[in-house]
Design a protein around this ligand. Structure first.
Ligand code: NAG
Ligand code: NAG
Ligand code: NAG
Ligand code: NAG
Ligand code: NAG
Length: 605
């Protein structure tokens, strides 16, 4: 209809006759093709359906559990839904896979989402978080099956006991272990025992995954007679998002946090600034965002960050804010004025994407101290601190007065170490006179050199490129973000005409994220704190953020949570695709894993 309307709008009086003719032609061929479709439908309808009305019916399927696989059959009367079969047939569809699941005998009960009772008593420190988490639990069930329940069903009683309910901050050593038992003897009961709030939160997430929508009976079901003991293999399980190359609104970042909470990931690392933009408004140095944000609606206010920090913590996630330095600075730093010795940043003109702090202007370090102070305050967290330190280009500093004075030309690496020590000193002052326990830097040829040992602190390396053996041999802790395995941005080609190839290629499929075990390849398992998947956002904006992240970050999440030795294809594919459906039910977008046919025919693709 739209098409013909546009045509008649454009019919002018001069060419009236010709246009009328063409309009009629278009109308004619349009109705003609429609009548073909209608005829075909009519034939199908009379063939397949006995319904008198014009409603189009598709043939239904039912699933039977045969040799631990759900096999699809055509049927007129559907008996078992795919979700129900998947939960009841082999292992229950949980993601990430818990450490130990015992199902004494598989059975399920229809539950009433409106009648869920919680019983817990905790100290005030975690009480509000737990209240919000139980609300989220109920909201997620609402999303699985919207609308009111007509027939009354079983009430689910959830009993939560937290041994140490004063722990309200997530740290590297925080106990995330939980024990969850679902029974249906006299009552339908889920009993959760955890050391901390964070373990209890994970248990509720697992419990929500034991509940599914059964489309045959249009009800929610829960699996019972289940006993789950679970804890993570690695304490640091993160997603890094670059909010500088492109800006992402807070609500969208919160959706990423929602998906991370479902996957039991626990670190949201924001690479919040870079050379091209400075979106975070820091109370002590507001000028940086004033000069460096892309626009007045492309900023994170201090309130936004505090809001995100609490939102994430309630979901078992800490926020790590990284303002990269001394390289990858430019936007925002020009507030100081243009006279040469006042400049905070040099090389930003020749290399717009990688300016460096000016070692000839000591004030740059004072600005950095202000930045550190604000970051520590806003994140409410100082156990770990990310200094950036990515891609420091020593050529940039050559020829500066500081280098000449120190006669450092022959050993620019030493100059790097001494400048880094000055940065560390600023961090120490900002952190009330002591270094944070874990100071993180990106890996580079500099962190692989022996100068790493001349830093005043034994730093933790976020390893992305090259061979980490020299770092490990020196006993530094590592967070793995191996490029080519755990980078979410690769494979989207060139983004400026002067490039001859993409920054990183090719695209990394979720299976590679799943299989990568750097602690096995490199050894020194005890030095691995865990890993982070990284999303650099030159070629990502709001429309594609979620689909770049999911399902690949979920695949990674099982690697760092359970670190399974092998990959059983049937098990991993069917559980992950159920998880993707669950993401969708909670409003989170994901890339497709495969044609739906494969989900409907488990084990046949
Ligand atoms: C399964 O649970 C239902 C309802 O909760 C119960 O009526 C039924 O007896 C149980 N089946 C077995 C085999 O225990
Ligand atoms: C909550 O649990 C405690 C400890 O198990 C029990 O004593 C109490 O009766 C329960 N309260 C309710 C309302 O079920
Ligand atoms: C609980 O949720 C409310 C509403 O979303 C929020 O304002 C509050 O900060 C949350 N509290 C905690 C402790 O997460
Ligand atoms: C659902 O139930 C609530 C409370 O009983 C009622 O206020 C609401 O109107 C109902 N909604 C629908 C769609 O029936
Ligand atoms: C390092 O910086 C210099 C000076 O700004 C620049 O010419 C060069 O291209 C940079 N090198 C790299 C690898 O970016």
């Amino acid at each position: 209809m739209k098409k013909t309307r546009q045509f008649s709008d454009s019919c002018s009086s001069v060419m009236f006759v010709m246009f009328v003719m063409s309009c009629f032609l278009v109308l004619f061929s349009y109705t003609d093709s429609l009548s073909h479709v209608n005829n075909a439908l009519r034939i199908q309808n009379t063939f397949f359906s006995e319904a008198d009305n014009d409603e189009f019916e598709v043939v239904r399927y039912t699933w039977k559990c045969e040799s631990n696989k759900c096999v699809r059959y055509h049927t007129n009367k559907q008996e078992v839904s795919l979700n129900t079969c998947n939960m009841m047939c082999s292992q229950p569809s949980l993601w990430p896979k818990p450490e130990k699941v015992i199902v004494t005998y598989k059975n399920s009960t229809v539950i009433d989402k409106t009648r869920i009772s919680f019983n817990f008593s905790t100290q005030w420190q975690v009480y509000n978080m737990l209240i919000n988490t139980t609300d989220l639990f109920k909201r997620n069930l609402e999303l699985l099956k919207p609308g009111n329940q007509t027939t009354p069903r079983a009430t689910l009683h959830i009993i939560i006991s937290i041994q140490d309910s004063t722990t309200d901050k997530l740290k590297l050593g925080t106990n995330e272990k939980y024990h969850l038992v679902v029974e249906n003897n006299d009552n339908l009961e889920a009993v959760i025992v955890a050391e901390t709030y964070f373990g209890a939160r994970h248990a509720l997430e697992t419990l929500s995954q034991l509940i599914w929508y059964d489309d045959v009976i249009d009800e929610l079901r829960i699996l019972h007679n289940v006993d789950i003991i679970d804890s993570p293999k690695f304490p640091h399980r993160g997603v890094m998002i670059d909010t500088a190359r492109n800006y992402f609104p807070l609500d969208l970042i919160k959706k990423v946090v929602d998906g991370m909470a479902m996957s039991k990931l626990n670190v949201l690392h924001l690479h919040v600034t870079d050379a091209v933009s400075f979106p975070i408004v820091l109370p002590r140095v507001k000028q940086l965002a004033a000069f460096g944000a892309y626009g007045r609606d492309m900023i994170y206010t201090p309130e936004d960050i505090k809001d995100l920090v609490q939102y994430s913590l309630t979901r078992g996630i800490k926020v790590l804010l990284e303002v990269d330095a001394p390289g990858h600075v430019n936007a925002g730093w020009n507030f100081a004025g243009e006279s040469l010795n006042k400049k905070y940043v040099i090389c930003g003109e020749s290399d717009i994407l990688n300016g460096h702090l000016n070692p000839d202007n000591d004030e740059a370090l004072l600005v950095l101290e202000d930045i550190y102070n604000d970051l520590l305050e806003l994140s409410g967290y100082n156990e770990m601190f990310h200094m950036g330190s990515d891609e420091v280009n020593l050529t940039c500093w050559k020829g500066t007065q500081a280098v000449k004075t120190k006669k450092a030309e022959n050993s620019m690496k030493q100059f790097w170490a001494s400048y880094t020590n000055q940065m560390l000193e600023r961090l120490k002052i900002a952190n009330d006179g002591r270094y944070p326990d874990h100071i993180i830097m990106w890996s580079s040829p500099l962190t692989e050199s022996s100068e790493l040992d001349t830093l005043d602190v034994k730093v933790t390396i976020q390893h992305w490129l090259g061979n980490p053996s020299s770092i490990l041999r020196r006993g530094h802790k590592v967070i793995y973000s191996t490029v080519g395995q755990w980078y979410l941005d690769c494979g989207f080609g060139m983004w400026k005409p002067s490039m001859t190839s993409g920054v990183c290629d090719p695209y990394t499929p979720w299976q590679k994220f799943y299989k990568h075990r750097p602690w096995v390849i490199n050894g020194y398992r005890e030095l691995a704190l865990g890993g982070e998947v990284c999303l650099w956002t030159e070629e990502v904006e709001i429309d594609s953020l979620e689909t770049r992240i999911w399902p690949r970050s979920a695949a990674f999440a099982e690697r760092v949570w359970s670190d399974p030795d092998t990959m059983n294809d049937y098990d991993v594919y069917t559980r992950l695709v159920s998880f993707v459906d669950r993401l969708r039910s909670r409003g989170i977008k994901s890339s497709a894993m495969w044609p739906r046919w494969c989900s409907q025919n488990p084990g046949k693709c």
